[in-house]
Design a protein around this ligand. Structure first.
Ligand code: HMG
Ligand code: MG
Length: 302
């Protein structure tokens, strides 16, 4: 049976956009519940400036308190050496650097040009190599940028290749504002695949226009076997106004199980997590699959 890797984004990409500060206890419980449902890679937090993203300001405390489970990894975002050092001190063992295919987004998100961001990653890559720490790379705005509009697939390919050249084991391709369609995603993948092998690529599709599941399917047919997703469809990016969360993990799992692939995830348990974290945030789960499966459950008398 084909297997597909899912990298869970809920605790990081999901929560980073929440206006109200979420308690450390809730974040820890979310990560534990996700691991219990079968997620094996859970992006736990980001070692970014708390002035830029206050919601992630408890990164140290979270990584120190997080119980580790065998077979589960907990990657964290590290935009520069300062973040990398803090992540290492807090016990992280898998990090991610993040670049963009749009100059304007790079400036808004990490306050530097694309070329400067790669320069900043070089010492992170060198130290990570010395310590045997895996580094994932992200490219944001692979379809379009909230400030510059359409982004050329050739630019995405150039940045993705650069991240592999400096040592990233995998590059996650982010449709940050969720405007892609299967056609535009395929055009982007065609350009990237010329320069980066498919097995080193992951799809990271936000669902603003409701196309994320379709974009995952198009990417799966193209040959991708790793996808990022966020439980309950939580999230967005503070520097991409109006963008919604990643494809909901339960929608992704339903799609993949329907394709006969193995994810190792218990869909019912995952829907419980979606329902629980959504209620913690004071809303219903955004995903169609969670809503459909919850509606089929017997009602408990009040
Ligand atoms: P900067 O202001 O240019 O940094 O920010 P600086 O080096 O000039 O330092 C200024 C201050 O920031 C100093 O503090 C530093 O200590 C501090 P001060 O002396 O003023 O008190 N600082 C830090 N503090 C904590 N952790 C650090 C750190 N580095 C410097 N690592 C910086 C540059 C990158 C730090 C900032 O722009 C930042 O934190 N940006 C993060 C933005 C972010 O988290 N965005 C969301 C994540 S990306 C995303 O969601 C997209 C993705 O999902 C894919 C997709 O969907 O496309 C991955
Ligand atoms: Mg994202």
């Amino acid at each position: 049976m084909t297997s597909v890797r899912i990298v869970e984004m809920g605790p990081r990409d999901g929560l980073q956009n929440e206006k109200q500060l979420v308690s450390l206890a809730t974040k820890l419980e979310l990560i534990e519940r996700l691991a219990a449902a079968g997620l094996r890679e859970i992006e736990a937090t980001s070692f970014v400036s708390p002035k830029w993203v206050p919601q992630m300001g408890d990164h140290d405390a979270l990584m120190r308190a997080l119980p580790r489970r065998a077979g589960v990894s907990y990657p964290v975002l590290t935009p520069n050496l300062q973040g990398f050092h803090a992540a290492m001190e807090a016990g992280a063992d898998y990090v991610a650097v993040f670049a963009a295919a749009s100059e304007a987004f790079s400036k808004k998100n990490i306050n530097c040009s694309i070329a400067e961001s790669i320069e900043r990653f070089l010492p992170v890559m060198a130290e990570a190599r010395d310590r045997g720490v895996k580094v994932r790379g992200y490219v944001s705005c692979v379809i379009a940028c909230p400030y510059e509009g359409a982004v050329a697939p050739a630019k995405v390919a150039e940045v993705a290749q650069r991240l592999v050249d400096i040592g990233c084991h995998e590059v996650s391709l982010g449709d940050t504002i969720g405007v892609g369609t299967p056609a535009s995603v395929q055009r982007m993948l065609e350009a990237v695949a010329v320069r980066v092998p498919l097995q080193r690529l992951a799809g990271h599709y936000h669902d603003t226009y409701g196309m994320a599941v379709a974009n995952v399917h198009a990417s799966y047919l193209f040959g991708l076997r790793a996808f990022d997703a966020s439980v309950g469809g939580l999230g967005g990016c503070p520097y991409a106004k109006g963008a919604t969360g990643n494809v909901a993990t339960e929608d992704l799992v339903y799609l993949l199980h329907g394709l006969g692939t193995d994810t190792g995830i218990d869909l019912d348990a995952l829907v419980d997590v979606a329902s629980w974290i959504s209620s913690q945030m004071g809303r219903e789960p955004a995903s169609r699959v969670a809503r459909a499966l919850l509606a089929k459950r017997p009602r408990v008398a009040a």
